[in-house]
Ligand binder design. Structure first.
Ligand SMILES: Cc1cc2nc3c(=O)[nH]c(=O)nc-3n(C[C@H](O)[C@H](O)[C@H](O)COP(=O)(O)OP(=O)(O)OC[C@H]3O[C@@H](n4cnc5c(N)ncnc54)[C@H](O)[C@@H]3O)c2cc1C
Length: 1059
């Protein structure tokens, strides 16, 4: 792994360090063979390309000739023929096109051997990406040369390719200067081209070294006073170059460099100390290199005679008492080595700061292999499996250490490790919080409630991961566990979970290449669950069922750390780009953590014993959460506060009947029912007539009057679920399940939801603002929406793209002169025609090049912004659904300030998903209401209508229809309630299957029920005289408006197949 490490290499390292994470050590993979140290007079190294950095044309030609049965040496002979005026040299000087060169060259070759020579094929091979690849040793050497502060250049006799570009299969960034003959019109060994290169490098000939495979080119360079190296093979050339430069270039200790100026240690006193320690045989010069990443506790590679050591010291300067506790590291490594845990062999702890300025300790250098990538590229599945098994075994070995026998009883506190860690990291997070991160809030509440019931106490490593292990290169055996800075006594399962973090990070994750998008099973790598099982089996303990809890905890800890990095980087310790990155990563990690919390919740839920139906309450109990106590803050719901405390105790109960609701919610249900029956049903016909009248685009005054009445009766803003608004600052604080019963009631009339300020799209938009809005955005938009003073719309769908896939959205959001400029074409924007609509929640693309789900952003666009043109209302089966309507609308150069962005660029998709959290099933709840109302109307009708001598209610088909409708409504309702219940107890993500199922089921169920009723009504059923025709068209529209059925079916099937 190594994402923490990688992060620490970034400019935010300083901040990271102070977050008390361990320093970085990269141990040696191969023993170095270099013996020289010190600098030299050189400032630049100049490389020829073919034959030095990449294979030479002569070696490619030799191979090609064998493959093509061309007499050996033909190509090279032809290349040099003609000298300076031959086709090859002309081609190199850029005087001939590829076509002309190949034509002339082919003729020449064919004449030489008196048979055709397909030189085009040779040219393709020479320039192919398989052949023309830079030697890796050269890449390593160039990196090292540059790391030591020297310049590098390529000086190549080169040519143009057919595409008009020069042939340079190298990363130009490796070189300060690139000189190519075809561009300059001069070729080596012409002295002018060397001078040109030196001039561009701004070095004197004597300050440079030139490497080439051709003697005449080297001779010319030497004439100018440049030091030269003939390259016969790359490795010998590098050995020679090392002697010039005085530092190693090849097979070096990875990730080491010369000691940085600020990290210098007094060599004389250290050498004296070491000679004393190691004995008289430790003679010879001492070589010191620094591990490039070990900055927290600087770490050095020391070679003295035949000893190779690793020195780790405290950093200089004033330190926090608990930080950089290298004495603890020394102690644990020593104690563990004494009890047979593979660790580097520690030699000595030196407290005496007079030797190198701070205390330090010494270990023997442990050669071996460190695997940095969790996917173990290039290995066979069985090898990967063996590596993971060995890692698991060594962790078991560590956790099996008898802490008493090892003398480590006082190495940390005993018991409650996870609890203490959650507290610590919550405190750290709170201290560095910059804005509300919803997942962190949920975790801070959730983690303490789900702590493991029992925790063992063992040595824990604290940063246990693949790239902290040195493996035997020959077999899957761990030779040493490194990096003990975070070790303590604690719950061993936290190490196992931490060890699995890479499993859940994508392979292109910025800090570490993870495994989440790879098929680990095919790779031979155990899944995280299997890894836990393997561990438990090995430890002979019961399977850790709550391993998802430990994963949630591990990601929470990482998120809290990253938040700290973010906060400190905002203080100017890092570039804004990095700051932004760490902020996003903290969010990302917290969401991952929450996903695990949800999975754990779901596991608990599923594990509940089968419940009995209570005859009294029609409910069954799952697990109850603690009631939340209202804090007396202002609420935008008029539902009485005094009742909150009582009813929230019902969270965790699946109540399938309103009678089972807690007393205050039952009361709410009854009052709502009465209100609808008394005040809404009675004006429905007027409202329907209004919708067909000329005044239809003006909101009917009756609705405004009823809104005031509903508000005064406490029947207001009932939709906002307690999980989104835990303090009940804005809504009634009902659970989704409680609201499902109320929402069904509201669904019985198409006009009721608005009366109680519970109608789409405002509900989704209000939830969006509560969850993601800044305080300013809430003040501007949320409060008037909560008060029912304005209305809003949500603009996503576009006519030109399939909008069921939101990633298709094309509207553009460009940043220009400090504002966002929007251009796009939208349609089916519900509510946009309503004169009260003042806010358009707009979704568009800010970065079409970003990963698919990070291209979109959401803006809060005031409807009076110039450039918004509503072209027409669309109709659903002929009804325009006034006064809100569904508009087709153009956004032409609509300019809005930058603070209209919600959360930040690229967060649109994520918000759109969250926006429809609970709102996702409100339509389904209402569809149950449509169906119940329709069935009631049907029953009434068939009892009084007589056909062919008897009431319709006595006709067998009618009876069958009623029976079918009853059964189907009840089935769907149960599913709605179950989905709502799961959203309450395990969260929206874990309830995804049930949410998708009900969205798939409810509209089609309602369509069938309504259709039967319409049929039973006869022609009257189709008219505007009852709500049924509108119910029907709405139910039909909802098979699309909430996402097409097919999309929900796909979701269901995919989840099902995974189960
Ligand atoms: C009454 C109403 C109100 C609406 N209100 C709003 C609103 O306020 N704001 C807004 O932005 N949008 C709104 N919409 C638009 C609605 O969200 C889209 O119509 C919906 O997302 C589908 O997109 P589309 O129409 O572009 O269909 P397309 O994406 O073109 O899909 C067409 C059809 O392709 C098929 N299909 C799609 N995906 C799959 C799949 N994975 N597998 C199999 N078949 C598939 C389905 O049959 C689907 O119906 C509303 C729509 C209606 C009808």
């Amino acid at each position: 792994m190594g994402f923490l490490r990688l992060f620490r290499c970034s400019p935010i390292l300083g901040a990271w360090r102070s977050a008390r994470l361990k320093p970085i050590q990269i141990w040696v993979q191969h023993p170095p063979r270099w013996k020289h140290s010190g600098g030299g007079p050189y400032k630049a190294v100049i490389f020829d390309m073919g034959g030095v950095l990449i294979p030479s044309p002569s070696s490619v030609a030799a191979e090609w000739e064998v493959q093509n049965r061309i007499p050996s040496g033909t190509i090279m002979k032809a290349l040099v023929a003609g000298g300076k005026q031959g086709p090859w040299m002309k081609f190199m000087r850029g005087e001939m096109t590829v076509e002309d060169f190949l034509q002339e060259f082919e003729l020449h070759c064919s004449e030489m051997i008196k048979s055709p020579v397909p030189v085009g094929s040779f040219f393709s091979q020479l320039t192919s990406s398989q052949v023309a690849k830079q030697f890796s040793v050269m890449t390593e050497a160039i990196n090292r040369i540059r790391a030591e502060g020297l310049k590098t250049a390529v000086l190549s006799n080169n040519f143009y390719l057919p595409n008009g570009e020069s042939f340079l299969p190298l990363d130009r960034k490796q070189f300060d200067v690139v000189v190519e003959s075809c561009l300059e019109g001069i070729c080596k060994p012409d002295l002018r081209i060397y001078e040109m290169c030196l001039q561009r490098l701004q070095v004197e000939p004597a300050e440079s070294i030139f490497l080439d495979d051709l003697g005449h080119n080297l001779k010319a360079a030497a004439q100018l006073g440049i030091h030269t190296i003939k390259v016969n093979d790359a490795e010998s050339a590098l050995k020679e170059l090392e002697t010039f430069l005085g530092f190693p270039l090849w097979k070096i200790i990875p990730n080491t460099c010369s000691v940085r100026k600020t990290m210098e240690i007094p060599r004389d006193s250290l050498e004296k100390y070491l000679k004393n320690l190691l004995g008289s045989q430790a003679a010879g010069p001492m070589e010191v290199m620094q591990f490039s990443h070990g900055q927290s506790n600087p770490t050095y590679s020391i070679r003295l005679a035949n000893h190779h050591l690793v020195l780790r010291k405290k950093p200089p300067g004033k330190l926090l008492p608990s930080a950089h506790a290298i004495e603890r590291e020394f102690r644990i490594i020593k104690a563990l080595s004494d009890v047979g845990v593979p660790v580097p062999k520690v030699l000595d702890f030196c407290e005496d700061s007079s030797i190198i300025g701070t205390p330090f300790y010494l270990m023997e250098y442990c050669p071996g292999q460190i695997y940095k990538e969790a996917s173990l590229p290039g290995m066979e599945p069985n090898q990967r499996k063996a590596i993971y098994t060995a890692m698991n075994q060594v962790l078991c070995r560590l956790h099996s250490v008898d802490i008493k026998a090892a003398g480590l009883e006082d190495f940390g506190k005993h018991g409650d490790y996870v609890q203490r860690q959650v507290q610590t990291w919550t405190k750290q997070y709170r201290a560095t919080e910059t804005s509300t991160v919803p997942a962190m809030e949920r975790l801070i509440e959730w983690l303490p409630q789900h702590l493991p019931k029992t925790q063992k106490t063992t040595v824990v490593h604290g940063d246990f991961r693949l790239d902290n292990l040195i493996f035997n290169p020959e077999k899957a055996e761990v030779l040493a566990i490194l990096d003990w800075e975070l070790s303590t006594l604690g719950d061993p399962l936290s190490d196992v979970a931490y060890n699995c973090l890479a499993h859940y990070l994508p392979s292109d994750f910025p800090l570490i290449k993870g495994l989440s998008d790879l098929d680990v099973t095919q790779l031979g790598i155990p899944t995280a669950e299997e890894y836990f099982k393997m561990y438990c089996h090995q430890m002979e303990i019961p399977a850790a069922e709550n391993w998802n809890f430990y994963m949630a905890f591990s990601f929470f800890r990482v998120a809290a750390i990253l938040q700290g990095v973010y906060k400190r980087s905002l203080k100017g310790q890092s570039s804004s780009a990095t700051a932004e990155q760490s902020g996003k990563l903290a969010d990302f990690m917290s969401n991952l953590a929450w996903d695990f919390a949800v999975k754990e919740g779901f596991r608990i839920f599923k594990g509940m014993p089968n419940t009995k139906l209570s005859t009294r309450s029609y409910c069954h109990w799952t697990h109850c959460r603690l009631p939340l106590i209202p804090n007396g803050t202002r609420s935008w719901s008029t539902f009485s506060k005094s009742s909150h405390y009582l009813h929230t105790a019902s969270k965790g109960v699946l109540m399938i009947s309103p009678e089972a609701l807690s007393e205050p919610v039952r009361d709410l249900h009854q009052r709502l029912k009465r209100f609808i029956e008394t005040h809404v049903y009675t004006i429905e016909q007027e409202l329907r007539n209004h919708q067909l009248s000329e005044a239809r685009w003006t909101p009917p005054p009756q609705i405004e009057e009823l809104k005031e009445k509903a508000k005064s009766e406490g029947l207001w803003n009932l939709f906002l679920p307690v999980e989104t608004d835990p303090e009940r600052k804005y809504g009634a604080g009902l659970t989704n399940l409680e609201y499902a019963h109320l929402c069904e009631l509201m669904g019985k009339s198409l006009y009721a939801p608005e009366v109680f300020n519970c109608s789409a799209p405002d509900t989704g938009n209000m939830e969006l603002l509560v969850r993601y809005g800044t305080e300013a955005q809430k003040t501007r938009w949320l409060l008037p929406l909560l008060e029912g003073k304005i209305r809003s719309c949500f603009a996503m769908t576009e006519p030109q793209v399939a909008s069921s896939d939101a990633t298709n959205i094309e509207s553009s959001i460009r940043e220009e002169n400090g504002v966002y400029v929007i251009n796009g074409h939208k349609w089916w924007i519900s509510g946009i025609l309503d004169p009260r609509c003042q806010l358009c929640v707009f979704m568009g693309k800010t970065d079409p090049q970003a990963p698919r789900h990070q291209q979109q952003s959401i803006l809060l666009v005031p409807m009076d912004t110039p450039g918004i043109k509503v072209i027409r209302p669309l109709s659903v089966y002929g009804l325009e659904d006034p006064p809100g309507g569904h508009g087709e609308v153009l956004f032409e150069n609509v300019k809005v300030p930058k603070d209209t962005m919600v959360l930040g660029p690229g967060r649109g998709f994520e918000i759109a998903q969250g926006r429809l959290g609970p709102g996702r099933i409100h339509h389904c709840m209402r569809l149950i209401g449509y169906s119940e109302r329709t069935l009631a109307l049907m029953k009434e009708r068939v009892k009084s209508r007589v056909a062919f001598g008897k009431p319709l209610a006595e006709q067998g088909t009618i009876l069958a229809d009623i029976a079918k409708s009853r059964a189907e409504i009840d089935q769907a309702r149960l599913l709605v309630l179950k989905a709502a219940h799961l959203m309450d107890v395990v969260g929206n993500k874990a309830a995804a299957l049930d949410i998708a199922m009900i969205k798939m089921v409810a509209p089609t169920m309602a369509l069938r029920v309504i259709d039967r009723a319409i049929q039973a009504f006869g022609a009257a059923g189709l008219s505007n005289d009852s709500p049924m025709a509108q119910f029907f068209s709405w139910a039909r529209a909802l098979r699309l408006a909430d996402g097409p059925d097919e999309v929900h079916r796909t979701t269901v099937a995919k989840i099902e197949l995974k189960r």
